[in-house]
Write a protein that binds this ligand. Structure first.
Ligand code: XIL
Length: 375
């Protein structure tokens, strides 16, 4: 027979055990809730997000919290592009860019400047320039004014965006037409002069494709040979469930890193929708708007595709972790599926699911799978 004292201590022991087990469980749950992307990858690379005008204005508190809690780096989805920041030769719009930079600085995030020289979303007036002296003056004014204003506040600049064709040659643009290929060196030198401490990158898509990769390597080598400052290469990362392959991504990360510069994944999103150019015999110019075949999940993503997306993100992040010594940051192009530009590109009005947070701002399976890599 157990005496009274023994009985009491057994009860006390069981109660304590029950309490501490529960406490542990609660602790685990809290850990789960408080593990954020930026914490999970803090020893590996920065985790960034591109934000739109509403998010810069912090008009939605849930988004504002997610941005501050989950990410360590910010990119501006549109507001720093030439057509918005410098819409007329003598007009600069700094209101939104100032807010963007202040937000990133307030949260001690790495602040990215996207982008200084790009053929797209360019002030229409730039396309009218006919003369090289005039072009040089405007380019100087553009880069000097913007980079100097944010000296010490913008950490990384995508100086030139998308200067290459798919075969690795230089893309026809007003800059190439008027200034020849020297415009690249000029742009990097101007940016370095305006803020010697900012990291300067070249940014483009399809940088995993062998011909374009060779073109990017040539471009970086030419800049280096000309004594221009080039610190990194931004692989945009607009990828799909099927491609590019992990091998192609890996070969590219290694090849760029061998140039002695940092690799960044600057615009990551993974489309789950069919792309017009993947369809045999399809014309990209064909109008697919309203086509059910091209917009298969308007009401929600089937579980099977959710799993595919999660697995794709998982294998991509495994690769990033393998090459963490070469990678400076991984930035998602948008906060949640509802904000993604891929709902409207390359076909307008579709329902896409390319990011880690869903339309209700909840973390998706893909989020859990990549965070789990670090547990
Ligand atoms: C996209 C934005 O996300 C859209 O809102 C805008 O309408 C078009 O541009 N490559 C880039 C980004 O470098 O600036 C583009 O952003 C996506 C492709």
């Amino acid at each position: 027979m157990m005496n009274k004292i023994a009985k009491l201590s057994l009860i006390t022991f069981s109660v304590c055990c029950f309490l501490s087990c529960n406490e542990n469980k609660a602790k685990q749950e809290t850990t789960k809730e408080t593990t954020t992307l930026k914490d999970a990858f803090k020893d590996n690379f920065q985790i960034g997000v591109a934000i739109n005008q509403h998010q810069i204005n912090e008009s939605d508190t849930t988004s504002a919290k997610l941005i501050a809690n989950e990410f360590s780096s910010l990119s501006p989805e549109n507001n720093l592009k030439w057509m918005y920041i410098h819409p007329q030769p003598d007009v600069f719009n700094f209101e939104q860019p100032d807010k963007y930079v202040a937000l990133g600085n307030k949260h001690n995030m790495q602040v990215v400047g996207h982008t200084l020289v790009w053929h797209s979303q360019l002030g229409e007036w730039v396309n009218q320039i006919k003369d090289s002296t005039e072009m040089i003056a405007h380019l100087e004014n553009h880069i000097n004014t913007i980079v100097s204003r944010y000296k010490g506040k913008i950490d990384d600049w995508d100086v030139v965006n998308e200067a290459l064709n798919e075969d690795g040659t230089l893309r026809e643009s007003i800059f190439l037409e008027i200034l020849g290929e020297g415009y690249l060196e000029r742009a990097y030198k101007l940016a370095a002069k305006a803020d010697p401490d900012a990291a300067l990158a070249y940014n483009d898509y399809n940088l995993t494709k062998p011909e374009k990769r060779e073109g990017a390597i040539r471009l970086v080598k030419q800049l280096q040979a000309a004594g221009a400052k080039i610190d990194g290469i931004g692989m945009q990362g607009h990828w799909s469930l099927n491609g590019p392959s992990i091998e192609e991504i890996e070969e590219s990360i290694i090849a760029y890193s061998e140039l002695g510069i940092k690799v960044m994944i600057t615009e990551l999103d993974i489309t789950v929708l069919p792309n017009p150019w993947d369809l045999e015999g399809a014309e990209v110019s064909q109008n697919f708007e309203g086509s059910e075949k091209m917009n298969p999940y308007p009401e929600g993503l089937p579980d099977s595709v959710q799993v595919q997306l999660a697995e794709r993100y998982e294998e991509i992040f495994k690769l990033f972790l393998k090459h963490e010594d070469k990678i400076d940051r991984v930035t998602f192009w948008g906060l949640n599926d509802g904000n993604s530009w891929l709902n409207n590109w390359p076909i307008d009005g579709r329902t896409n699911y390319p990011l880690l947070f869903d339309r209700n701002q909840n973390a998706k399976m893909a989020y859990d799978r990549i965070v789990a890599l670090k547990k």
